[in-house]
Design a protein around this ligand. Structure first.
Ligand SMILES: [Zn+2]
Ligand SMILES: [Zn+2]
Length: 365
């Protein structure tokens, strides 16, 4: 009992304590991050994958599948977009011909399929995720073959067509600023990316013109960040006065929103460790989620109990005050009534005295 009482006292005491500038900065960062985790609409249990016992760095394949099924029904939990009909999701800038395709392999393709033209430069075309992944596997396969192996592969008409689309592209030839742009290097620059985005939204995927959207897969977004679910974090948040949610889940997010969600988590983690030392919170990251949920729930229950107790005290005080006031009012009213009676009696006596003196004087006249 004593232990509970003292922990209650520390909860209320720490809540009133003023935070250091560093702690205040951390609190702001955490609250910003929690804001970013807010969903567009009210999310019901069926609209997310609830995490109960473990909080893996990467969602499992089954969880991602479930999240994608949810996404097809609800859209992105941050912006509401349904990616299967959204051409304005981020397009990939595809280097063409692929920079990591071996020279001999490209020559073998050119020798066996005259639709490939000789190019002096590398171009960037808009490409969808699906084709990008398929292309990466194909390049790996072609690099592993020899010229004869590639020639044999192209004997299959279907396979020849697929390779042409993925390596050359569905376009006839590169026409800069019409279906592509010149590539400045291995990395797609911000400006190049912006132009690719423009081309992608109007033209679609250059490897398959039927691909009008860049991605059909939702990303499993962690609600809240993993660091928030470590054992020490809820304790720290309680000391900072941050209201941490008790529910941890995966929700479908579109690639655009995922990209926009700039990570300030590394700043939070660094500061959190510093402030933990300041506030005497032991940083232990081994116990995940189950413990964290319990800690948050316990803290919330403690805070609620403290609030309830305070409220009861206030109500009691107010009730007692009301009784005292009512008694005072009654006493005052009684006094006023008494005074009134006395005043009336005095007035009546004075009037009687006046009339008797008047009558005696008149009689004497
Ligand atoms: Zn979105
Ligand atoms: Zn595609």
């Amino acid at each position: 009992m004593a232990a509970i009482a003292s922990s209650l006292a520390s909860v209320s005491a720490s809540g009133d304590k003023e935070l250091s500038p560093t702690a205040q900065k951390l609190k702001d960062l955490i609250e910003d991050e929690l804001d970013r985790n807010q969903s567009l609409n009210t999310v019901t249990d069926g609209d997310e994958v609830i995490l109960k016992d473990s909080y893996p760095k990467f969602a499992t394949a089954a969880q991602v599948e479930t999240v994608n099924n949810i996404g097809q029904r609800t859209g992105c939990h941050t912006c509401g977009s349904h990616i299967e009909t959204d051409p304005d999701q981020p397009w990939i800038g595809d280097h063409s011909y692929p920079t990591n395709l071996e020279k001999f392999a490209l020559e073998a393709l050119m020798k066996n399929d005259d639709r490939y033209e000789k190019r002096d430069s590398i171009y960037l075309f808009p490409q969808c995720y699906e084709c990008s992944n398929e292309q990466a596997t194909l390049v790996h396969t072609l690099n592993g073959l020899d010229a004869k192996g590639i020639a044999d592969k192209l004997k299959d008409a279907g396979e020849k067509e697929r390779i042409y689309r993925l390596i050359h592209g569905d376009d006839k030839a590169p026409v800069p600023y019409t279906n592509c742009i010149s590539s400045s290097g291995d990395k797609v620059t911000v400006n190049e990316g912006a132009y690719i985005q423009k081309l992608g939204t109007t033209l679609g995927c250059h490897s398959n013109k039927n691909h009008r959207v860049p991605s059909r897969r939702y990303i499993a977004d962690h609600i809240v960040p993993r660091e928030f679910c470590t054992a020490y974090f809820p304790v720290l948040c309680e000391k900072l006065g941050v209201d941490l949610p008790t529910k941890f889940a995966l929700r479908p997010q579109c690639p655009r929103c995922s990209g926009n969600q700039g990570g300030n988590m590394s700043a939070i983690t660094k500061l959190a460790i510093q402030v933990s030392a300041e506030l005497g919170v032991a940083v232990g990251k081994d116990t995940l989620l189950a413990g964290a949920i319990r800690r948050v729930a316990q803290t919330k229950a403690q805070l609620a109990a403290v609030r309830q107790k305070r409220l009861a005290q206030i109500t009691q005080k107010r009730a007692a005050g009301a009784i005292v006031q009512a008694e005072k009012d009654a006493r005052r009213a009684a006094k006023r009534a008494e005074a009134k009676v006395r005043k009336e009696a005095a007035a009546a006596a004075a009037a009687a005295a006046a009339s008797s003196s008047a009558s005696s004087s008149s009689s004497s006249t």
